[in-house]
Ligand binder design. Sequence first.
Ligand code: OOG
Ligand code: MG
Length: 255
Amino acid sequence: MKSLAELADYVDEAARTATEIPQISDTRVLSVEEAYAVQALSMQRRYARGEKRIGIKMGLTSRAKMIQVGVSDVTWGRLTDAMREEEGGVVSMANYVHPRVEPEIAFLIKTPLSGTVSALEAMSAVEAVAPALEIIDSRYKAFKFDVGDVIADNSSSSGFVVGTWHSPETDISNLGMVLSINGRPQEIGSTAAILGHPVRSLVAAARMVASAGEELKPGDIVLAGGATAAIPMDVGQSVLLEVENLGQIGFNIGA
Ligand code: OOG
Ligand code: MG
């Protein structure tokens, strides 16, 4: 049986080379605690290669997402500078295994946040909010995993695009979201699908990073989680997200 450090190498290598791998749970079912240990160790390998941690992503914060992947625990993962894709740019499929895109909200952190906080305290630590697209790319075969698998695989984090930052005073409780592919709406939702209000995802983020002995730092980006099911990506598609009052963002998908 592989050690947690060997499992970290296993998921890191799959992510680095965009190669699909059999599920860890085929041979060993990880507890949530063990899975976060694997994630943390695998991130050490990325940082050692020069990637910088620039924030975190929350996962499975909406019912649509929980149902799509069959896992109903809220999870988190770390974002690095290498994962950021350019707004309006071309995203290359070659860097991914079987990516999917989902509509999200991003928070920009102004003051340190960690531990048990209220929604009001969480919002007062926010510098700005923006529309975001997350590109998730589970390294596991057929995009299938249990909760330990997905946490170990950095909650499928792979890429993301952030739009224009807006004032933190913007009411983000229930903003319409339309995710279109090639000009055709594919998923329609609301920011309210994210735990009832995206700020609850930030509250959960503060609690979850604290349990890993970390904090949300000034300048960090926090992705609140997909508001709708994610859509499989393919070469030649143009992806556009329109969020009520926050504007639109998108990218094109190349080979
Ligand atoms: C797990 C990651 C979930 C979200 O926004 O819910 C996630 C997955 O769906 O592969 O990023
Ligand atoms: Mg997501």
